[in-house]
Design a protein around this ligand. Structure first.
Ligand code: NAD
Length: 482
Protein backbone atom coordinates (compact mmCIF):
# COMPACT_ATOMS: atom_id res chain seq x y z
CA UNK A 1 0.00 0.00 0.00
CA UNK A 2 1.42 3.38 -0.89
CA UNK A 3 1.88 5.97 1.79
CA UNK A 4 -0.27 9.04 1.36
CA UNK A 5 0.99 11.05 4.28
CA UNK A 6 4.58 12.14 4.60
CA UNK A 7 5.79 12.64 8.17
CA UNK A 8 6.30 16.32 7.94
CA UNK A 9 4.91 18.82 10.36
CA UNK A 10 2.42 20.01 7.79
CA UNK A 11 0.83 16.59 7.79
CA UNK A 12 0.54 15.24 11.30
CA UNK A 13 -2.23 12.74 11.61
CA UNK A 14 -3.67 9.55 12.98
CA UNK A 15 -3.11 6.21 11.30
CA UNK A 16 -6.03 3.81 11.63
CA UNK A 17 -6.90 0.77 9.56
CA UNK A 18 -4.31 1.64 6.92
CA UNK A 19 -5.65 5.18 6.50
CA UNK A 20 -3.91 8.43 7.36
CA UNK A 21 -6.44 10.72 9.01
CA UNK A 22 -6.01 14.46 9.29
CA UNK A 23 -7.56 17.14 11.47
CA UNK A 24 -10.99 17.26 9.75
CA UNK A 25 -13.55 17.78 12.51
CA UNK A 26 -11.12 16.66 15.24
CA UNK A 27 -9.66 18.55 18.18
CA UNK A 28 -5.99 19.39 17.77
CA UNK A 29 -3.10 20.30 20.05
CA UNK A 30 0.00 22.27 19.08
CA UNK A 31 3.39 20.55 18.75
CA UNK A 32 6.37 22.68 19.77
CA UNK A 33 10.05 22.68 18.95
CA UNK A 34 11.52 22.70 22.48
CA UNK A 35 14.67 24.46 21.28
CA UNK A 36 12.77 27.47 19.94
CA UNK A 37 9.30 27.19 21.55
CA UNK A 38 7.83 27.66 18.05
CA UNK A 39 4.66 25.83 17.08
CA UNK A 40 5.67 23.40 14.36
CA UNK A 41 2.44 21.53 13.84
CA UNK A 42 -1.08 20.74 14.98
CA UNK A 43 -1.79 17.22 16.08
CA UNK A 44 -5.27 15.76 15.55
CA UNK A 45 -6.75 13.96 18.54
CA UNK A 46 -8.58 10.69 18.10
CA UNK A 47 -12.31 10.85 18.87
CA UNK A 48 -14.03 8.00 20.70
CA UNK A 49 -15.29 6.81 17.29
CA UNK A 50 -11.68 6.81 16.02
CA UNK A 51 -10.59 4.72 19.01
CA UNK A 52 -13.45 2.27 18.46
CA UNK A 53 -12.42 1.96 14.85
CA UNK A 54 -8.79 1.35 15.87
CA UNK A 55 -10.01 -1.40 18.22
CA UNK A 56 -12.10 -3.06 15.52
CA UNK A 57 -9.15 -2.85 13.13
CA UNK A 58 -6.82 -4.32 15.77
CA UNK A 59 -9.19 -7.29 16.17
CA UNK A 60 -9.39 -7.80 12.41
CA UNK A 61 -5.68 -7.09 11.93
CA UNK A 62 -4.78 -9.65 14.59
CA UNK A 63 -6.66 -12.44 12.81
CA UNK A 64 -4.99 -11.48 9.57
CA UNK A 65 -1.45 -11.06 10.89
CA UNK A 66 -1.32 -14.19 13.05
CA UNK A 67 -2.33 -16.22 9.99
CA UNK A 68 0.77 -15.00 8.13
CA UNK A 69 3.70 -17.31 8.87
CA UNK A 70 6.53 -15.87 10.96
CA UNK A 71 9.01 -16.06 8.10
CA UNK A 72 6.79 -13.85 5.92
CA UNK A 73 6.09 -11.48 8.81
CA UNK A 74 9.83 -11.27 9.40
CA UNK A 75 10.45 -10.21 5.79
CA UNK A 76 8.18 -7.18 6.30
CA UNK A 77 9.95 -6.26 9.55
CA UNK A 78 13.37 -6.63 7.90
CA UNK A 79 12.30 -4.43 5.01
CA UNK A 80 11.11 -1.91 7.59
CA UNK A 81 14.62 -1.85 9.07
CA UNK A 82 16.12 -1.27 5.61
CA UNK A 83 13.73 1.60 4.91
CA UNK A 84 14.55 3.18 8.26
CA UNK A 85 18.24 3.10 7.39
CA UNK A 86 17.56 4.59 3.96
CA UNK A 87 15.52 7.38 5.57
CA UNK A 88 17.80 7.76 8.58
CA UNK A 89 18.68 11.41 8.13
CA UNK A 90 15.07 12.49 7.53
CA UNK A 91 13.82 10.57 10.57
CA UNK A 92 16.65 11.84 12.79
CA UNK A 93 15.89 15.44 11.86
CA UNK A 94 12.21 15.00 12.62
CA UNK A 95 13.03 13.49 16.03
CA UNK A 96 15.50 16.24 16.90
CA UNK A 97 13.09 18.98 15.85
CA UNK A 98 10.26 17.75 18.05
CA UNK A 99 12.17 16.25 21.03
CA UNK A 100 15.15 18.63 21.24
CA UNK A 101 17.78 15.90 21.56
CA UNK A 102 20.97 16.31 19.55
CA UNK A 103 21.06 15.17 15.96
CA UNK A 104 24.04 12.95 16.83
CA UNK A 105 21.84 11.04 19.26
CA UNK A 106 18.81 10.75 16.99
CA UNK A 107 21.02 9.39 14.17
CA UNK A 108 22.17 6.63 16.52
CA UNK A 109 18.58 6.08 17.65
CA UNK A 110 17.40 5.41 14.08
CA UNK A 111 20.08 2.73 13.66
CA UNK A 112 19.24 1.18 17.04
CA UNK A 113 15.56 1.11 16.09
CA UNK A 114 16.27 -0.54 12.74
CA UNK A 115 18.29 -3.17 14.63
CA UNK A 116 15.29 -3.77 16.90
CA UNK A 117 12.98 -4.49 13.94
CA UNK A 118 15.59 -6.85 12.54
CA UNK A 119 15.89 -8.66 15.87
CA UNK A 120 12.15 -9.24 16.16
CA UNK A 121 11.96 -10.24 12.47
CA UNK A 122 14.35 -13.08 13.30
CA UNK A 123 13.18 -13.90 16.80
CA UNK A 124 9.54 -14.29 15.69
CA UNK A 125 10.68 -17.43 13.86
CA UNK A 126 11.93 -18.88 17.14
CA UNK A 127 8.71 -18.78 19.17
CA UNK A 128 9.31 -22.44 19.93
CA UNK A 129 7.06 -24.68 21.95
CA UNK A 130 8.01 -28.21 23.08
CA UNK A 131 6.73 -31.77 23.01
CA UNK A 132 6.63 -33.71 26.27
CA UNK A 133 7.51 -37.39 26.58
CA UNK A 134 4.41 -39.57 26.23
CA UNK A 135 2.63 -41.18 29.18
CA UNK A 136 0.64 -43.56 26.95
CA UNK A 137 1.12 -44.88 23.41
CA UNK A 138 -0.45 -42.88 20.58
CA UNK A 139 -0.73 -39.67 22.58
CA UNK A 140 0.87 -36.30 22.01
CA UNK A 141 1.53 -33.72 24.69
CA UNK A 142 2.42 -30.44 22.97
CA UNK A 143 3.16 -27.00 24.32
CA UNK A 144 2.74 -24.22 21.79
CA UNK A 145 3.32 -20.48 21.91
CA UNK A 146 0.66 -18.20 20.45
CA UNK A 147 0.47 -14.41 20.11
CA UNK A 148 -1.32 -12.92 23.13
CA UNK A 149 -3.66 -10.75 21.00
CA UNK A 150 -4.05 -7.05 20.22
CA UNK A 151 -1.60 -4.91 22.21
CA UNK A 152 -2.23 -1.37 23.45
CA UNK A 153 1.14 0.37 23.71
CA UNK A 154 2.06 3.75 25.19
CA UNK A 155 5.43 5.24 24.28
CA UNK A 156 6.99 8.37 25.79
CA UNK A 157 8.85 11.22 24.13
CA UNK A 158 12.41 10.60 25.34
CA UNK A 159 13.20 8.06 22.62
CA UNK A 160 10.71 9.20 19.99
CA UNK A 161 11.89 6.60 17.46
CA UNK A 162 13.24 3.88 19.76
CA UNK A 163 10.27 3.57 22.11
CA UNK A 164 7.76 3.02 19.27
CA UNK A 165 10.20 0.60 17.58
CA UNK A 166 10.50 -1.51 20.73
CA UNK A 167 6.77 -1.72 21.28
CA UNK A 168 5.73 -2.28 17.68
CA UNK A 169 8.64 -4.67 17.00
CA UNK A 170 7.80 -6.98 19.90
CA UNK A 171 4.06 -7.06 19.18
CA UNK A 172 4.37 -7.60 15.44
CA UNK A 173 7.28 -10.03 15.78
CA UNK A 174 5.10 -12.22 18.00
CA UNK A 175 2.14 -12.07 15.60
CA UNK A 176 0.04 -9.54 17.54
CA UNK A 177 -1.63 -6.43 16.20
CA UNK A 178 -0.91 -3.14 17.96
CA UNK A 179 -2.53 0.18 18.74
CA UNK A 180 0.24 2.60 19.65
CA UNK A 181 -0.22 5.91 21.42
CA UNK A 182 3.12 7.67 21.13
CA UNK A 183 3.78 10.87 23.04
CA UNK A 184 1.88 13.94 21.86
CA UNK A 185 5.15 15.90 22.20
CA UNK A 186 6.89 13.78 19.53
CA UNK A 187 4.24 12.52 17.12
CA UNK A 188 6.03 12.79 13.77
CA UNK A 189 8.85 10.40 14.72
CA UNK A 190 6.39 7.59 15.39
CA UNK A 191 4.53 8.38 12.17
CA UNK A 192 7.84 8.15 10.27
CA UNK A 193 8.37 4.67 11.76
CA UNK A 194 4.82 3.71 10.76
CA UNK A 195 5.48 4.96 7.24
CA UNK A 196 8.43 2.56 6.94
CA UNK A 197 6.23 -0.33 8.09
CA UNK A 198 3.49 0.55 5.62
CA UNK A 199 5.95 0.92 2.74
CA UNK A 200 7.50 -2.41 3.73
CA UNK A 201 4.11 -4.06 3.14
CA UNK A 202 2.42 -4.18 6.54
CA UNK A 203 -1.25 -5.07 5.96
CA UNK A 204 -3.86 -2.49 6.96
CA UNK A 205 -5.24 -2.84 10.49
CA UNK A 206 -2.20 -4.55 12.01
CA UNK A 207 -0.92 -1.25 13.36
CA UNK A 208 -2.85 1.86 14.30
CA UNK A 209 -1.41 5.07 15.76
CA UNK A 210 -3.58 7.39 17.81
CA UNK A 211 -3.05 10.62 19.73
CA UNK A 212 -5.09 12.60 22.22
CA UNK A 213 -5.40 13.11 25.97
CA UNK A 214 -3.29 10.20 27.31
CA UNK A 215 -5.54 9.33 30.25
CA UNK A 216 -8.67 9.33 28.08
CA UNK A 217 -7.10 7.12 25.42
CA UNK A 218 -5.67 4.57 27.87
CA UNK A 219 -8.97 4.37 29.76
CA UNK A 220 -10.93 3.78 26.55
CA UNK A 221 -8.56 1.21 25.06
CA UNK A 222 -7.98 -0.71 28.29
CA UNK A 223 -11.71 -0.99 28.92
CA UNK A 224 -12.09 -2.97 25.69
CA UNK A 225 -11.99 -6.77 25.81
CA UNK A 226 -10.25 -6.68 22.41
CA UNK A 227 -7.01 -5.51 24.03
CA UNK A 228 -5.13 -8.46 25.60
CA UNK A 229 -1.87 -6.79 26.57
CA UNK A 230 -0.70 -3.37 27.73
CA UNK A 231 2.85 -2.10 27.27
CA UNK A 232 3.76 1.20 28.92
CA UNK A 233 6.94 3.22 29.29
CA UNK A 234 6.75 6.27 31.54
CA UNK A 235 6.45 7.32 35.15
CA UNK A 236 5.75 5.02 38.10
CA UNK A 237 2.43 6.69 39.12
CA UNK A 238 1.02 6.36 35.59
CA UNK A 239 2.32 2.77 35.40
CA UNK A 240 0.48 1.88 38.61
CA UNK A 241 -2.69 3.53 37.31
CA UNK A 242 -2.56 1.55 34.05
CA UNK A 243 -1.94 -1.69 35.94
CA UNK A 244 -5.15 -1.12 37.87
CA UNK A 245 -7.06 -0.55 34.62
CA UNK A 246 -5.45 -3.65 33.09
CA UNK A 247 -6.36 -5.73 36.14
CA UNK A 248 -10.08 -5.19 35.43
CA UNK A 249 -9.71 -7.21 32.24
CA UNK A 250 -6.87 -9.45 33.50
CA UNK A 251 -4.69 -8.11 30.71
CA UNK A 252 -1.00 -8.94 30.46
CA UNK A 253 1.29 -5.94 31.24
CA UNK A 254 4.85 -4.88 30.56
CA UNK A 255 5.81 -1.84 32.63
CA UNK A 256 9.04 0.03 31.94
CA UNK A 257 8.96 2.79 34.54
CA UNK A 258 11.33 5.28 36.08
CA UNK A 259 14.70 4.76 37.73
CA UNK A 260 17.29 6.52 39.86
CA UNK A 261 20.47 4.80 38.78
CA UNK A 262 23.39 4.71 41.21
CA UNK A 263 26.98 4.73 39.91
CA UNK A 264 29.69 3.37 42.22
CA UNK A 265 33.19 4.62 41.39
CA UNK A 266 35.98 2.83 43.27
CA UNK A 267 39.46 4.25 43.82
CA UNK A 268 41.28 1.79 41.53
CA UNK A 269 39.95 3.22 38.25
CA UNK A 270 41.46 5.44 35.57
CA UNK A 271 39.65 8.56 36.82
CA UNK A 272 39.84 10.63 33.61
CA UNK A 273 38.57 7.76 31.47
CA UNK A 274 35.66 7.08 33.85
CA UNK A 275 34.85 10.79 34.01
CA UNK A 276 34.58 10.96 30.22
CA UNK A 277 32.17 8.03 30.24
CA UNK A 278 30.12 9.41 33.15
CA UNK A 279 29.71 12.93 31.77
CA UNK A 280 28.73 11.61 28.32
CA UNK A 281 26.15 9.23 29.81
CA UNK A 282 24.75 11.82 32.23
CA UNK A 283 24.06 14.57 29.71
CA UNK A 284 22.74 12.24 26.99
CA UNK A 285 19.31 13.61 26.00
CA UNK A 286 19.76 16.21 28.77
CA UNK A 287 19.41 13.44 31.35
CA UNK A 288 15.91 12.48 30.12
CA UNK A 289 16.73 8.82 29.93
CA UNK A 290 15.21 6.19 32.22
CA UNK A 291 18.63 4.52 32.77
CA UNK A 292 20.44 7.85 33.13
CA UNK A 293 23.18 7.71 35.78
CA UNK A 294 21.89 9.86 38.65
CA UNK A 295 23.56 9.25 42.02
CA UNK A 296 27.35 9.05 41.75
CA UNK A 297 28.97 7.47 44.81
CA UNK A 298 32.70 8.11 44.52
CA UNK A 299 35.40 6.71 46.78
CA UNK A 300 36.72 9.41 49.12
CA UNK A 301 40.30 9.01 47.86
CA UNK A 302 39.36 10.26 44.38
CA UNK A 303 36.27 12.31 45.33
CA UNK A 304 37.61 15.87 44.96
CA UNK A 305 39.31 15.11 41.66
CA UNK A 306 36.17 13.43 40.37
CA UNK A 307 33.89 16.34 41.32
CA UNK A 308 36.25 18.90 39.75
CA UNK A 309 36.63 16.82 36.59
CA UNK A 310 32.86 16.35 36.25
CA UNK A 311 32.22 20.08 36.74
CA UNK A 312 34.85 20.96 34.12
CA UNK A 313 33.21 18.63 31.60
CA UNK A 314 29.73 20.01 32.38
CA UNK A 315 30.91 23.59 31.86
CA UNK A 316 32.61 22.72 28.55
CA UNK A 317 29.58 20.92 27.07
CA UNK A 318 28.17 22.71 23.99
CA UNK A 319 24.46 23.28 24.69
CA UNK A 320 21.96 24.58 22.15
CA UNK A 321 19.50 23.64 19.43
CA UNK A 322 20.11 19.94 18.80
CA UNK A 323 19.77 20.35 15.03
CA UNK A 324 23.03 22.31 15.04
CA UNK A 325 25.88 19.79 14.62
CA UNK A 326 28.13 21.59 17.10
CA UNK A 327 25.76 21.10 20.03
CA UNK A 328 26.02 18.02 22.21
CA UNK A 329 23.08 18.72 24.52
CA UNK A 330 19.69 20.19 23.65
CA UNK A 331 16.79 21.53 25.72
CA UNK A 332 14.39 19.68 27.99
CA UNK A 333 11.31 18.42 26.23
CA UNK A 334 8.72 20.82 27.59
CA UNK A 335 8.15 23.67 30.03
CA UNK A 336 6.82 21.28 32.73
CA UNK A 337 10.07 19.29 32.70
CA UNK A 338 12.11 22.50 32.95
CA UNK A 339 10.07 23.65 35.95
CA UNK A 340 10.35 20.21 37.60
CA UNK A 341 14.15 20.09 37.23
CA UNK A 342 14.48 23.64 38.47
CA UNK A 343 12.40 22.86 41.56
CA UNK A 344 14.43 19.74 42.38
CA UNK A 345 17.72 21.61 42.12
CA UNK A 346 16.47 24.55 44.20
CA UNK A 347 15.36 22.08 46.86
CA UNK A 348 18.79 20.39 46.79
CA UNK A 349 20.52 23.77 47.21
CA UNK A 350 18.26 24.58 50.16
CA UNK A 351 19.10 21.18 51.67
CA UNK A 352 22.83 22.00 51.65
CA UNK A 353 24.03 20.64 48.30
CA UNK A 354 27.01 22.43 46.71
CA UNK A 355 26.58 23.59 43.11
CA UNK A 356 29.79 22.70 41.27
CA UNK A 357 28.51 23.55 37.77
CA UNK A 358 25.30 24.91 36.24
CA UNK A 359 22.43 25.13 38.68
CA UNK A 360 20.24 27.47 36.62
CA UNK A 361 18.10 27.53 33.51
CA UNK A 362 19.66 29.10 30.42
CA UNK A 363 18.29 32.17 28.71
CA UNK A 364 15.45 31.35 26.28
CA UNK A 365 13.86 30.85 23.93
CA UNK A 366 13.87 27.10 24.45
CA UNK A 367 13.60 24.92 27.54
CA UNK A 368 17.33 24.86 28.30
CA UNK A 369 18.82 24.00 31.68
CA UNK A 370 22.59 24.19 32.22
CA UNK A 371 24.48 20.90 32.63
CA UNK A 372 24.64 20.73 36.40
CA UNK A 373 26.83 19.05 39.01
CA UNK A 374 25.78 18.93 42.67
CA UNK A 375 28.05 17.53 45.38
CA UNK A 376 27.56 16.66 49.05
CA UNK A 377 23.81 16.18 48.67
CA UNK A 378 22.00 14.91 51.77
CA UNK A 379 19.59 11.99 51.48
CA UNK A 380 16.74 14.21 52.67
CA UNK A 381 16.92 16.28 49.45
CA UNK A 382 14.12 15.42 47.03
CA UNK A 383 16.62 14.82 44.24
CA UNK A 384 18.08 11.91 46.22
CA UNK A 385 14.65 10.26 46.23
CA UNK A 386 12.85 11.35 43.05
CA UNK A 387 13.90 10.69 39.48
CA UNK A 388 15.38 14.00 38.25
CA UNK A 389 14.99 13.27 34.50
CA UNK A 390 17.21 16.26 33.77
CA UNK A 391 20.86 17.24 33.17
CA UNK A 392 22.02 16.98 36.77
CA UNK A 393 24.71 14.75 38.29
CA UNK A 394 24.53 14.23 42.04
CA UNK A 395 27.89 13.26 43.54
CA UNK A 396 28.57 12.02 47.07
CA UNK A 397 31.59 10.27 48.59
CA UNK A 398 31.87 6.88 50.29
CA UNK A 399 34.55 4.93 52.11
CA UNK A 400 33.05 1.50 52.95
CA UNK A 401 31.92 -1.09 50.41
CA UNK A 402 28.95 -2.39 52.43
CA UNK A 403 27.56 1.05 53.16
CA UNK A 404 27.75 2.17 49.52
CA UNK A 405 25.86 -0.94 48.40
CA UNK A 406 23.24 -0.16 51.02
CA UNK A 407 22.99 3.45 49.75
CA UNK A 408 22.76 2.29 46.15
CA UNK A 409 19.88 -0.08 47.01
CA UNK A 410 18.17 2.39 49.35
CA UNK A 411 15.40 3.52 46.96
CA UNK A 412 12.29 1.66 45.75
CA UNK A 413 13.61 1.91 42.15
CA UNK A 414 15.57 -0.83 40.40
CA UNK A 415 15.98 -0.11 36.71
CA UNK A 416 19.73 0.35 36.08
CA UNK A 417 22.84 0.49 38.26
CA UNK A 418 26.48 0.96 37.35
CA UNK A 419 29.91 0.42 38.91
CA UNK A 420 33.45 1.21 37.87
CA UNK A 421 36.36 -0.77 39.30
CA UNK A 422 39.53 -2.52 38.15
CA UNK A 423 39.03 -5.33 40.66
CA UNK A 424 37.61 -8.51 39.12
CA UNK A 425 36.41 -9.63 42.56
CA UNK A 426 34.49 -6.39 43.16
CA UNK A 427 33.10 -6.44 39.61
CA UNK A 428 31.54 -9.83 40.31
CA UNK A 429 30.18 -8.76 43.71
CA UNK A 430 28.50 -5.56 42.52
CA UNK A 431 26.88 -7.41 39.64
CA UNK A 432 25.26 -9.71 42.19
CA UNK A 433 24.47 -7.18 44.92
CA UNK A 434 23.06 -4.16 43.09
CA UNK A 435 19.25 -4.35 42.98
CA UNK A 436 18.44 -3.50 39.37
CA UNK A 437 17.14 -5.09 36.21
CA UNK A 438 20.31 -4.06 34.38
CA UNK A 439 23.80 -3.61 35.82
CA UNK A 440 26.66 -2.04 33.86
CA UNK A 441 30.13 -2.84 35.18
CA UNK A 442 32.77 -0.53 33.68
CA UNK A 443 30.27 0.48 31.00
CA UNK A 444 27.06 2.42 30.44
CA UNK A 445 26.18 0.25 27.42
CA UNK A 446 23.34 -1.85 28.81
CA UNK A 447 20.97 -2.14 25.87
CA UNK A 448 21.24 -4.17 22.67
CA UNK A 449 18.28 -5.70 20.83
CA UNK A 450 19.16 -9.20 22.06
CA UNK A 451 19.38 -8.21 25.75
CA UNK A 452 16.33 -7.87 28.02
CA UNK A 453 15.56 -4.28 28.99
CA UNK A 454 13.48 -3.77 32.14
CA UNK A 455 13.49 -3.14 35.85
CA UNK A 456 12.73 -4.62 39.25
CA UNK A 457 11.06 -3.19 42.36
CA UNK A 458 8.90 -0.16 41.51
CA UNK A 459 10.74 0.36 38.23
CA UNK A 460 8.35 -2.13 36.69
CA UNK A 461 8.19 -5.65 35.43
CA UNK A 462 8.69 -7.57 32.24
CA UNK A 463 11.34 -6.90 29.63
CA UNK A 464 11.41 -5.31 26.24
CA UNK A 465 13.84 -6.74 23.66
CA UNK A 466 15.73 -9.97 24.05
CA UNK A 467 13.94 -13.31 23.94
CA UNK A 468 12.01 -12.03 26.96
CA UNK A 469 10.61 -9.17 24.85
CA UNK A 470 9.05 -11.63 22.42
CA UNK A 471 7.90 -13.97 25.19
CA UNK A 472 6.01 -11.04 26.77
CA UNK A 473 3.73 -10.98 23.70
CA UNK A 474 3.13 -14.73 23.64
CA UNK A 475 0.83 -17.02 25.62
CA UNK A 476 1.49 -20.66 26.39
CA UNK A 477 -1.02 -23.32 25.36
CA UNK A 478 -0.88 -27.00 26.29
CA UNK A 479 -2.50 -29.39 23.80
CA UNK A 480 -3.02 -32.98 24.94
CA UNK A 481 -3.97 -35.45 22.18
CA UNK A 482 -5.11 -38.99 22.82
P1 NAD B 1 3.86 12.45 32.21
O1 NAD B 1 3.73 11.47 33.32
O2 NAD B 1 2.73 13.37 31.93
O3 NAD B 1 4.15 11.68 30.83
C1 NAD B 1 5.04 10.60 30.70
C2 NAD B 1 4.51 9.70 29.55
O4 NAD B 1 3.36 8.99 30.01
C3 NAD B 1 4.03 10.50 28.33
O5 NAD B 1 4.42 9.81 27.17
C4 NAD B 1 2.52 10.53 28.47
O6 NAD B 1 1.88 10.59 27.21
C5 NAD B 1 2.24 9.21 29.16
N1 NAD B 1 1.04 9.21 30.00
C6 NAD B 1 0.75 10.05 31.03
N2 NAD B 1 -0.43 9.72 31.61
C7 NAD B 1 -0.91 8.65 30.92
C8 NAD B 1 -2.08 7.84 31.04
N3 NAD B 1 -3.00 8.05 31.99
N4 NAD B 1 -2.23 6.83 30.15
C9 NAD B 1 -1.33 6.59 29.20
N5 NAD B 1 -0.20 7.30 29.04
C10 NAD B 1 0.02 8.32 29.90
O7 NAD B 1 5.07 13.37 32.54
P2 NAD B 1 6.32 13.96 31.80
O8 NAD B 1 6.62 15.29 32.39
O9 NAD B 1 6.18 13.91 30.32
O10 NAD B 1 7.43 12.96 32.33
C11 NAD B 1 7.55 12.92 33.75
C12 NAD B 1 8.11 11.68 34.26
O11 NAD B 1 7.77 10.56 33.45
C13 NAD B 1 9.61 11.69 34.28
O12 NAD B 1 10.08 12.32 35.43
C14 NAD B 1 9.93 10.24 34.27
O13 NAD B 1 9.89 9.72 35.58
C15 NAD B 1 8.81 9.61 33.53
N6 NAD B 1 9.21 9.19 32.19
C16 NAD B 1 9.84 8.01 32.11
C17 NAD B 1 10.26 7.56 30.90
C18 NAD B 1 11.00 6.24 30.78
O14 NAD B 1 11.71 6.04 29.81
N7 NAD B 1 10.80 5.32 31.73
C19 NAD B 1 10.04 8.33 29.75
C20 NAD B 1 9.36 9.54 29.88
C21 NAD B 1 8.94 9.96 31.11
Amino acid sequence: MATQLASTYAELGLFIGGEWLGAEGRKTSPVLNPATEEVIGHLPHASKADLDRALAEAERGFRLWRAIFPDARGKILKRTAELMRERAEEIARIATTESGKSIHETRVEVQMSANIFEWFAEEGRRAYGRVLPQRAPGTRLAIVKEPVGPVAAFAPWNFPIGNPARKIGAALGAGCSCILKPAEETPASALAVARCLVDAGLPAGVLSIVYGVPAEISEHLLASPIIRKVSFTGSIPVGKHLMKLAAEGMKRTTMELGGHAPVLVFDDVDVEKVLDACATAKYRNAGQVCVSPTRFYVHEKIYNRFVEGFAARAKALPVGDGINEKNKMGPLVHARRLAAVEALIEDAKNSGAKVQAGGARLKGPGYFYAPTVLSDVPNKARIMNEEPFGPVAVINSFSEYDSVIQQANRLPYGLAAFAFTDSAHRAKLVGEQLEAGMVGVNTFAISVPESPFGGVKESGHGSEEGIEGLEACLVTKFISEA
